[in-house]
Design a protein around this ligand. Structure first.
Ligand SMILES: [Cu+2]
Length: 172
């Protein structure tokens, strides 16, 4: 009988633990952000490692830099750290940050004229450093300054051309 009671207590405890874990997960979802940042083409493996160290020293930040693609993938908790702090870590590590990069799936582009229409709309935007759409891959790759323009505005610019972004970018 005692064993049975212990068993029940364990289940109750387990149930309450799962609830806490779920709540934590929900909170993480709302403040968890992911960024892909383009870095200086001169950054070698050692520099990338230094950069990752500077980034992960921040509370709630995970980072992985690739010295081949020159992209740094950063995941951070916006309730613990601000974007400005993330960007400051690049300065601290002595790495020139070219901008934030997003890849968007765009519906409706059928030929080169379509993709150049999208590309034009992108490069016209203030804060966009480079925007290129391709009708073959049906994608637009945009490099921008995240302190000047938001991903939502980039999506709106694409949608204004008559072609539509197929995904939600709120996570960016
Ligand atoms: Cu076309």
């Amino acid at each position: 009988m005692i064993k049975f009671v212990k068993y029940l207590t364990a289940i109750a405890l387990l149930a309450s633990l799962t609830t806490v874990a779920d709540e934590e997960k929900a909170a993480q979802c709302s403040s968890q952000k992911q960024l892909t940042l383009k870095i200086d083409g001169a950054a070698c493996e050692t520099v990338c490692a230094e950069l990752d160290k500077a980034l992960t020293s921040l509370d709630g930040v995970k980072a992985e830099s690739c010295s081949k693609s020159h992209l740094t993938k950063v995941a951070y908790d916006a309730s613990k750290v601000k974007l400005e702090q993330v960007l400051a870590a690049f300065k601290k590590a002595g790495v020139k940050l070219e901008g934030q990069q997003i890849e968007l799936a765009v519906n409706g582009m059928a030929c080169g004229a379509c993709s150049s229409k999208v590309s034009k709309a992108l490069t016209k935007l203030n804060g966009v450093l480079n925007g290129a759409a391709c009708h073959q891959s049906k994608k637009a790759i945009v490099l921008f300054d995240p302190t000047k323009v938001k991903a939502e505005k980039i999506v709106a610019a694409i949608n204004s051309t008559g072609f539509t972004v197929a995904e939600d970018v709120k996570a960016n």
